[in-house]
Write a protein that binds this ligand. Structure first.
Ligand code: PHE
Length: 355
């Protein structure tokens, strides 16, 4: 009797095993996920077919019950696994359909990431110069680009009718202020607000009515300024000689030529040995950059004029000092062999990516 029931249950299990997968597929194909869930409930639900078979087990004796129990569990697992797999397949094909309906092609290769930017050559040179002077004990000062005539010109000893103050050379605002024509305004502001000793460099933008391959209406300068008791011209020269070697390499010579700026006395222009035509032997052949001279001008400098000290409230009997000013673009052009200053302001990535 019990073997008969067992055989009958076996039969039902076999029938169900053969049928469940095609039934699932048919349901999913016809009615999608809801139909598949319904079909699953018909087999595994409370009133489902497998559940019904399970209930019959009560009539089977212990031994056979264990065997059937195992078979039922096995089948249950198969059914569940197949159901889960089909649910996933349905979800995947639903997603595929959604993606295919999009108005663009997801299989096209993506755009390569745009190249990373980097430092502008003017910024690199400015950082390098400031680092050198910081290591020599100079502080770094800032100053305004919109300035009073007094701080840009008058206190620095420019006479009122000096040609630099002319409309042709200086950008004036409608309210009578101006765009500073050099960073020397920072000297004036420092002297008027601080007491010596002072040693600083002041980088920043300056403006002049000038525009050709070597001049731009806006460019950058770095001012250097030192005031204390007994500061000498020798210290100025020593500082600049050290600077030239650190910026352009050991052995780079400097020379000073007398020159005139209203706010220094004596004043000088400083040349460095041309970095373009130096030979392995150390001599310079002369080239187009140095105009066959072997020397390139890099900055203006001098000892602070006593009149400037007076204008700014510093005792010229007690203090002496020096100042220098260099063009950052000029240093960058020499450093990298850039022939036209305007390239530095166009910000064309094809140009900038070379540095
Ligand atoms: N300010 C001067 C210029 O713009 C440069 C300079 C600075 C000269 C300091 C002497 C001393 O050309």
């Amino acid at each position: 009797m019990s073997t008969e029931v067992e055989a009958q249950i076996d039969q039902s299990l076999a029938t169900l095993r053969a049928a469940f997968s095609p039934r699932f597929e048919a349901a999913a194909g016809a009615g999608g996920e809801p139909a598949l869930r319904e079909e699953n409930a018909k087999i595994l639900g409370k009133k489902g077919e497998l559940t019904a078979i399970l209930k019959q087990m009560g009539t089977v004796p212990g031994d056979a019950r264990k065997r059937i129990g195992e078979k039922v569990n096995l089948l249950k697992q198969e059914v569940e696994a197949r159901f889960e797999a089909l649910i996933k397949t349905l979800a995947a094909s639903k997603r595929d359909a959604e993606l295919n309906a999009l108005p663009f092609d997801l299989t096209l290769p993506g755009r390569a990431p745009t190249p990373r930017g980097h430092r502008h050559p003017v910024s690199s040179v400015r950082e390098e110069v400031l680092d050198i002077f910081a290591s020599l004990g100079f502080a770094v000062h800032d100053g305004p680009e919109i300035e009073l005539k007094e701080n840009n010109f008058t206190r620095l000893g420019f006479p009122p009718d000096h040609p630099a103050t002319d409309m042709q050379d200086t950008f004036w605002t409608t309210s009578g202020t101006l765009l500073r024509t050099h960073t020397s305004n920072v000297q004036v502001r420092a002297m008027m607000s601080q007491k010596p000793p002072m040693a600083f460099v002041a980088p920043g933008a300056v403006y002049r009515r000038d525009d050709d391959v070597t001049h731009s209406p806006m460019f950058h300068q770095i001012e250097g300024f030192v005031v204390d008791e007994k500061v000498t011209f020798a210290e100025l020269k020593g500082t600049l000689a050290e600077f030239a070697e650190r910026l352009y390499g050991p052995g780079t010579p400097i020379r000073m030529r007398p020159s005139y700026f209203p706010f220094v006395e004596p004043g000088a222009e400083v040349d460095i040995g041309c970095v373009f035509c130096i030979q392995p032997s150390g001599t310079r052949r002369g080239c187009s950059v140095c105009k066959r001279t072997g020397w390139i001008e890099i900055l203006g400098c001098g000892m602070i004029h006593p009149v400037v000290f007076e204008h700014c409230g510093i005792d010229p009997e007690r203090y002496t000092g020096f100042a220098f000013g260099m063009g950052v673009e000029r240093v960058a052009m020499l450093r990298y062999g850039i022939p036209d200053i305007r390239l530095l302001f166009e910000n064309d990535p094809r140009f900038l990516s070379q540095f």
